[in-house]
Design a protein around this ligand. Structure first.
Ligand code: ZN
Length: 461
C-alpha cells in the first residue's frame, strides 16, 4: 500500500484465530492505515516505508479484537437491582424504571458500557436497544454518537416491544410502542445510520425484543423490513423454561417453531441465549445458519441454565459471546466471558466434550464476527482484514508463570490491555482509553443513574 502509514508490532505471541488456528510464539504484525498488512513469525519484513510507530510487544499476546454480540447499553444506569430474581420477575421489576429513560441517560449509559468493554479489549459491540418511551428524544442517535466518540465499531440492533400486558405480554402497556410506530422508527434508524460498506463503523439490525414482549405481526413485518433493507435480524430466544411454556400456551408451539413460522431462522439472524434447545432445535439452527449470542454470566445471574455450546459448535451453528445487559451482568466485560463460557460449559450435561481455551477465544472473536455477519473483515488476524487487534499484557504477576499465552488469557485473571486498535486507531493505551475520559464517563453516568432512580420513584428529578 503506497503512502500508507504503518504501525509495526514485534516480539509478541500471536493467536491469529484464522481457519487453521495459526499461532506464533514470537511474531510480528504490520498495520497499514486501517488494514492488517502482514502477520507472521519472527521480525517484521525489512524496508517498510512510512513507519509511524514501532511497538516492542515482548511479554504480550496479540489477538483479534473481541466482538460482543449481545448487550443492552442503557442498563449501565440500572445495575445492581433485583439481584436475586429470575428472568420474568426481574423484567417485571425493572420495566417501570426502564420506561423512564431519556436521551441523556441513554447517551451516558452507552458511554459507560462502551468504555468498560473497550478497556477490556472489545473492538466491535452490538447493542440491542428496545425501550423507546414516548418523547424520550433520539435514543438511537445517542447510542450511535457514543460509539463514534469512543471509536468502537457498532451494530445497533434497533429493538421494539408492542405486546404489553393487555395483549398477554410481559411489559406494562406504557412501556411499549405501537406496531406501526416501531416499524417506522426502525426504518428511519436504518436510513439515518446503517453503513453496509466493508469498513463500516455503524450497522443497524432489526431487533424486536422477545416472543413475550412483541406481537407476531411485529415479528413478521420486522423480518420483512430487515430483508428488504438488507440488514440483519436479532432477538432473544429460548432463554428460560418459562419462555418455552409461554410460547406453548400463546402460540401452540415452542420458540424455535415460532421463530421458523415468523421468518426468524436464517443466515441473517442471530438470537441471544438459546439455552433451552433440544436436538431438533439445534438441527434447525444448523440447517438455516442461524447464529447464537451465548451469554454465560447473564444466564448464571438469572438462573436461566447452561447453553449447549459444544453441541451447537459440533452441529456447525455460528456462536459468539455476549455480555448481555449490565442489569444482569454487572461486570460489563467481555474478556471475562471467555473464562465463564469455558468454565460454565464444563459444568453442563455435555462436560465430556467441553470447550477448550482456544474454542473460547474463537467464540469471543471470529465466532462473534460470524454472528454479526462481518467475518470477511474482522474476527481474525489476517492480511487484508481490518486492523482491529489487542495486545494483552501477560508478563506481570497475574500471568507470567502460565505456560500457554492463550490459556493465560482465557483462564487467568483479566489481562490488562496495553494496546487496542480499532480500524488502525488506538482506542486503548496502557489500560486507559485514549478517546474519552473514564472518570468523566463514570461521574456523568452515576448522575444519570440517580436521576433515573428519582424519576422512577416519583420524586422530582
Ligand atoms: Zn438480552
Amino acid at each position: 500500500m503506497p503512502g500508507a502509514r504503518r504501525i509495526v508490532i514485534e516480539n509478541c505471541a500471536i493467536a491469529t484465530v484464522d481457519a487453521e488456528d495459526t499461532e506464533h510464539r514470537r511474531g510480528h504484525l504490520v498495520v497499514a492505515d486501517h488494514l492488517i498488512e502482514s502477520v507472521g513469525a519472527g521480525d517484521a519484513p525489512g524496508g517498510l516505508e512510512n513507519v509511524v510507530r514501532r511497538v516492542d510487544a515482548s511479554g504480550h499476546l496479540a489477538t483479534p479484537g473481541l466482538v460482543n454480540t449481545h448487550h443492552h447499553f442503557y442498563q449501565w444506569i440500572t445495575r445492581g437491582l433485583a439481584t436475586d430474581h429470575r428472568l420474568f420477575d426481574w423484567l417485571v421489576a425493572l420495566y417501570p424504571t426502564w420506561a423512564r429513560i431519556d436521551e441523556e441517560m441513554v447517551g451516558a449509559a452507552a458511554r459507560g458500557s462502551l468504555a468498560m468493554m473497550a478497556r477490556g479489549g472489545v473492538t466491535t459491540a452490538a447493542d440491542h436497544h428496545y425501550v423507546y418511551p414516548r418523547g424520550a428524544g433520539d435514543l438511537s442517535g445517542a447510542i450511535v454518537g457514543a460509539a463514534r466518540e469512543l471509536g468502537v465499531r457498532l451494530t445497533l440492533a434497533r429493538g421494539s416491544m408492542d405486546r404489553g400486558t393487555s395483549l398477554g405480554g410481559l411489559p406494562p402497556d406504557f412501556a411499549v410502542e405501537t406496531l406501526d410506530g416501531a416499524l417506522a422508527a426502525t426504518e428511519e434508524t436504518i436510513a439515518a445510520h446503517h453503513d453496509p460498506s466493508p469498513g463500516s463503523m455503524t450497522r443497524i439490525a432489526v431487533a424486536p425484543c422477545s416472543p413475550f414482549s412483541v406481537s407476531t405481526e411485529l415479528m413478521r413485518q420486522g423480518a420483512e423490513l430487515a430483508r428488504g433493507a438488507g440488514v440483519r435480524l436479532h432477538t432473544h430466544g429460548s432463554e428460560t423454561a418459562e419462555e418455552e411454556r409461554f410460547c406453548e400456551e400463546l402460540f401452540g408451539m415452542g420458540p424455535t417453531d415460532y421463530f421458523a413460522s415468523t421468518g426468524w431462522l436464517g443466515p441473517d439472524v442471530w438470537l441471544a441465549h438459546c439455552v433451552h434447545l433440544g436436538d431438533r432445535d439445534i438441527a434447525a439452527y444448523a440447517r438455516t445458519g442461524t447464529g447464537v449470542a451465548h451469554c454465560p454470566s447473564s444466564n448464571a445471574r438469572l438462573g436461566a441454565g447452561i447453553a449447549r455450546v459444544p453441541d451447537l459448535l459440533r452441529a456447525g451453528v455460528p456462536v459468539g459471546l455476549g455480555v448481555d445487559g449490565t442489569a444482569s451482568n454487572e461486570s460489563g466485560e467481555l474478556h471475562t466471558e471467555l473464562r465463564n463460557a469455558l468454565l460454565i460449559n464444563r459444568l453442563g450435561a455435555h462436560r465430556e466434550a467441553a470447550l477448550t481455551a482456544r474454542q473460547a477465544l474463537r467464540l469471543g472473536t471470529h465466532g462473534g464476527a460470524r454472528v454479526l455477519g462481518r467475518a470477511d473483515h474482522i474476527g481474525s488476524l489476517e492480511p487484508g482484514k481490518l486492523a482491529d487487534l489487542v495486545l494483552w499484557r501477560l508478563d506481570t504477576l497475574a500471568h507470567s508463570t502460565i505456560a500457554d499465552p492463550v490459556a493465560a488469557l482465557v483462564l487467568g485473571a483479566p489481562a490488562p490491555v496495553s494496546l487496542s486498535l480499532v480500524h488502525g486507531r488506538a482506542v486503548v493505551e496502557d489500560g486507559r482509553l485514549t478517546t474519552a475520559d473514564e472518570a468523566t464517563i463514570a461521574r456523568v453516568a452515576r448522575g444519570e443513574a440517580r436521576r433515573l432512580a428519582r424519576i422512577a420513584a416519583g420524586d422530582p428529578p
